[in-house]
Design a protein around this ligand. Structure first.
Ligand code: ATP
Ligand code: MG
Length: 175
């Protein structure tokens, strides 16, 4: 019998508040059908860990401390539909540093015995769920990604909420 508490965890690139406001306002003007993601929940998942024992947090934090990745400019400029009606903003060209960050996390998580989804990593920021919308022209949103975050996903009466459990800076170069 195990009563060990588990946490539903994922690493992600958060959407900065000013960008989240702008993206949600643009999304709302499109009047897409479906369920809109709350502005404070907008993010790009880097690695989804699923249910993990709470006692694993320390090892996860140590793992994240060892990540070495450069800060990068992220540009989301097209709309894609994924899975069951997820309308998402995505980069036409994924920044190499974003792919390196996701790959480093996957490799280090695997070393901890945490195996991720085996589909290729596809960076995306989900705007709507359960939407019949087909891909259409998108606006362009850019920001400089200077940190990544470990989130706990919690279901509440007001819907899902992501609690920040840790934040790690990306290396800022000379330029
Ligand atoms: P809810 O599932 O309650 O509607 P949610 O999907 O936002 O809300 P989670 O299911 O906890 O919350 O997912 C958190 C993040 O991880 C989301 O970006 C989600 O797309 C991603 N995610 C969830 N499950 C997987 C999975 N099996 N593989 C890859 N990413 C996943
Ligand atoms: Mg989900």
């Amino acid at each position: 019998m195990s009563t060990e508490p588990t946490l539903r965890l994922f690493f992600a690139v958060p959407c900065p508040p000013d960008q989240a406001t702008a993206i949600a306002a643009w999304r709302d003007r499109q009047r897409l059908d479906g369920r809109a993601v709350a502005p404070e929940n907008l993010h790009l998942t880097l690695a989804f860990l699923g249910a993990q024992p709470a006692e694993r947090l320390q090892a996860l934090r140590q793992m994240a401390d060892g990540i070495e990745c450069e800060a990068f400019e992220l540009t989301l400029d097209h709309l894609i539909t994924l899975g069951q009606g997820f309308v998402c903003l995505a980069p036409t060209a994924a920044p190499p540093a974003l792919l390196q960050l996701a790959a480093q996390l996957a490799e280090r998580l695997s070393a901890l015995g945490i195996v991720l989804d085996n589909r290729p990593y596809l960076p995306h920021l989900t705007l709507m769920r359960q939407s019949p919308t087909q891909a259409q022209a998108a606006a362009t949103f850019s920001w400089r990604v200077e940190r990544f975050v470990l989130y706990q996903s919690q279901n509440t009466v007001d819907g899902v909420r992501y609690q920040e459990l840790g934040s790690w800076p990306l290396a800022v170069g000379e330029n």
